[in-house]
Design a binder for this molecule. Sequence first.
Ligand code: IDP
Ligand code: MG
Length: 149
Amino acid sequence: MERTLILLKPDAVQRRLAGSLIQRFEQKGLKIAGLKLVQASRALAEKHYEVHRARPFFESLIQFLTGGPTIAIALEGPSAVAVARNLMGPTDGTKAPPGTIRGDHAISIQNNLVHGSDSVENANIELAIWFQPSELASYQSVDHSWVIG
Ligand code: IDP
Ligand code: MG
């Protein structure tokens, strides 16, 4: 079992896509282990995107992520990091294939609706940035043996 951090970025919340995007992750079989609405501070946004600090789009990205509330979600399941990234599609909405979240709903490289951790190591770091340990639940869903086998 793996956990990954998903963010429904402020554009997803503003466009009222949150429910349908959560549904896509749930329908795949990923389980919600934590979920909250957060108005990210500049400090939180900078910590999350620290790896991109030197990039020319960094300031714009921070303005975007702090420009409205974000829904932070901890998702759990087999290969959750890769499974979630595949559901999201590539970064650039203009290039993301139909059938992916970004391919179906995004046409911007910055305003691409979702964040998903890109490795198990980064997932653990990012989950700790957005969630207290007590905000993450460990439980087995009732259909576990049917969904996971
Ligand atoms: P990812 O979200 O697909 O992992 P990253 O390369 O990690 O993509 O970039 C983080 C975020 O920064 C992207 O999701 C997007 O919002 C923004 N971003 C990435 N590249 C650009 C760019 O060239 N211009 C503007 N924003 C960008
Ligand atoms: Mg990334």
